[in-house]
Design a protein around this ligand. Sequence first.
Ligand code: MN
Ligand code: MN
Length: 477
Amino acid sequence: MSRDEKRSEYEELEKKITYSSKNIWLEIDDKTKKDIFNFSDEYKQFLDYSRTERLTVKWTLEHVKKIGFEDLNTRKSVKTGDFLYVVNREKNIALIKVGKEPLEEGINFIIAHGDAPRLDLKQIPVIEDVEIALLKTHYYGGIKKYHWLNIPLAIAGVVVTSDGSKIDLTIGLKEDEPIFVIPDLLPHLAKKVQGEKKAFEFIEGESLNLVFGNIPVKDDKVKEKVKLAVLQKLNKEYKIVEEDLISAELEVVPALRSRDVGIDGSMIGGYGHDDRVSSFAAIRAILDADVSGKTCVVFITDKEEIGSDGPTGMKSQFVYNVIGRLFEKFTGRYSELDHRAIMENSVCISADVNAGINPMYKSVHDEKNTAKISHGVVITKFTGSGGKYMANDADAELVGRLRKLFNENGIFWQYGGMGKVDEGGGGTIAKYFALYNASVIDCGVPVIGMHSPYEIISKADLYYSYKGYRVFLEKGC
Ligand code: MN
Ligand code: MN
């Protein structure tokens, strides 16, 4: 055997028995590339609209109603082939396609979250300082505070007035509307106040105030003339008074639109990929899924970024209750044992983003166990941190079944965990769904610059998360 032949034999062996993920762009044809770019355009529109968890639910609800989804709560009974939805407090939505198999055989679930890191206005937000009206905030989720300085910000949310009516208050998302800014300190004077502090501390939570207005009322008897003027404007335009802001949820979000990133347009930059990319991929997957076997449910939850507590977080019983009602309306009977059996026999993809390797910060990643962008949707066996604490550790059997499903159906996927051992870590909603003794595994898109106001994903990964979720809903694993 010549040397050349020998090399090719080992090359063959290497290909056969070693694992490596593939760069999707090298594997696909022009038609698929076009499909990827078209799908991405649709996603960008969704992302620019869905700036808050409420807007994510609103977008979804409007779309599913148009194609015949009906409110489970208004139905007396349900049957195979029905398309249903249930909304919780405008912040959660469950989408259901009822299959042929008995519910007790289990459901194919995909869960994702519609909330994203942001700043929330305080309940008494308006102050005046040096004749500038400011809005005070309290940050929501894991942010680097300095990211939020000197970028265009919008306000989106609702105000509930004392007569109980609810007013939509959104300013700064349309091109012709003003935006708001948290001004940073000029470098000329920042040497001590900022320069000598650590990066996470140089801007304090109490300094994250938005510049809101500057024209005072003309009346010497009034002490805070600019504050009164901005309140007057809010009163005139939205019919609200300062006390109404106490019963408001007003979220401060980047006013930046999503854009293609890279000269090849291969990536998407935008606010809130975590976790609206999973939400969109899962929603589109169930809308397109041809459900003939098991019943499928896509559930968009809230409050993931702050620990999943409260009635709209994953720790709430909302999904469990929805499945109970579905069971009763589908079969005309109810038993708690059977209700629990449905959950126990279910398989759930916890669709959430993972860290894509950042070429400038490779040292925090274990390169062999970290996702690369454009290498496909990421399967993650366990989450948590330092000794796997707080992890949902998916069974090897489940990882095996999902891997088989993806391999057999041409889904580009890769393995990825979160960072080096003891470097940090993070959790998802997987562990809360596992409370039902369901089989749960994390699987989502890799993101670079996660939890920043302008995160980056690959269009190819977005597309194959959608394809992967869809095949899971249709075939299960
Ligand atoms: Mn997430
Ligand atoms: Mn997150």
